[in-house]
Design a protein around this ligand. Structure first.
Ligand SMILES: NC(=O)c1ccc[n+]([C@@H]2O[C@H](COP(=O)([O-])OP(=O)(O)OC[C@H]3O[C@@H](n4cnc5c(N)ncnc54)[C@H](O)[C@@H]3O)[C@@H](O)[C@H]2O)c1
Length: 270
């Protein structure tokens, strides 16, 4: 169902890898709501070719961008301005990668080179995109930027590894940059702290199936799906949430406020 919430709006979507991706579902919902889109992902992710399917579905150009490269980000922002004939109204940052997790290193013995790369891809990249956008005047007044995060920024989830630190930094960047961009141009910046979802990034976490099933049983509403997350994103891109900024918004079926659920108590009594 479409409410035309994003009619006339233009946006950049980072991070649609395949149809399981949260960014993929969000791009589809933005399109349904009337937005014009530009899609982007790391050049290496594009070799899989899946993003071209999405590009056809939402009638959007695709511009490669490794978010750890200043040059790539600048090129993307300039091309976006050319394509849209001006600034954009929203940006989705849906990017995360733990290099230590990939290389099988545990949190207590992380490689600091890998660690720096993880923080750069998953958190500093938000700062880089915002800094370039501000310099190039690429986000319109009352624009909205959303980045996706996870509750491991606040609480310990073993095996989420250095991504927990990356998410803490990401949320902090959203808050700090949110201040400056609000004052400068009334642009709002928020993070959505999403339930676990079976995606490429999600499933990379050791013990993910246990993780997601536990969250399902601990959340009074159950886990929020990727489609639910896409719906939440479009509300934040719309004019209906203009005064929301610098927030970390939990979108998790109540998980973050639940100490223990009856379902989990029953399981523990067995
Ligand atoms: N899946 C979950 O359980 C879950 C829960 C909460 C938050 N999140 C967050 O949601 C976001 C999207 O993840 P997803 O679950 O849809 O998985 P996904 O694997 O589909 O998306 C991750 C994306 O990051 C991109 N990426 C990695 N390195 C990059 C780089 N250098 N430059 C540009 N892009 C790069 C990948 O190509 C991919 O498209 C991530 O920030 C993730 O941490 C996911």
């Amino acid at each position: 169902m479409s409410y035309n919430l994003l009619k006339g709006k233009k946006g950049i979507i980072f991070g649609a890898l395949d149809e399981k991706s949260i960014a993929w579902k969000t791009a589809l919902r933005c399109h349904e709501e009337g937005a014009e889109l530009l899609l982007t992902n790391a050049p290496v992710a594009m070799r899989m070719g899946e993003i071209n399917k999405l590009a056809e579905l939402v009638n959007a150009p695709v511009i490669p961008c490794d978010v750890t490269s200043n040059e790539d980000v600048k090129n993307l922002i300039i091309k976006a301005k050319e394509h849209f004939g001006g600034g954009v109204d929203f940006i989705l940052h849906s990017i995360g990668m733990s290099v230590n997790m990939r290389k099988g290193k545990s949190y207590t013995e992380i490689d600091y080179g890998f660690n720096a790369k993880t923080l750069d891809i998953s958190a500093t990249s938000l700062h880089r995109v915002l800094a370039v956008a501000m310099k190039e005047n690429a986000i319109n007044e009352w624009g909205s930027v959303v980045a996706l995060t996870y509750i491991a920024a606040q609480r310990v989830f073993p095996n989420y590894n250095e991504m927990a630190d990356a998410k803490s930094l990401l949320e902090s960047v959203a808050r700090s940059f949110g201040y400056y961009y609000a004052v400068d141009k009334k642009v709002r910046i928020n993070t959505i702290s999403q339930s676990p979802v079976r995606t490429t990034a999600g499933s990379g976490v050791k013990g993910f199936e246990g993780f997601i099933n536990y969250a399902e049983k601990m959340s009074p509403l159950g886990n929020a799906s990727a489609e639910d997350c896409a719906n939440y994103c479009i509300t934040l891109f719309s004019d209906l949430t203009k005064m929301v900024t610098m927030q970390n918004l939990f979108h998790d079926g109540g998980f973050s406020s639940t100490g223990v659920s009856e379902q989990v108590i029953e399981m523990m009594e067995k």
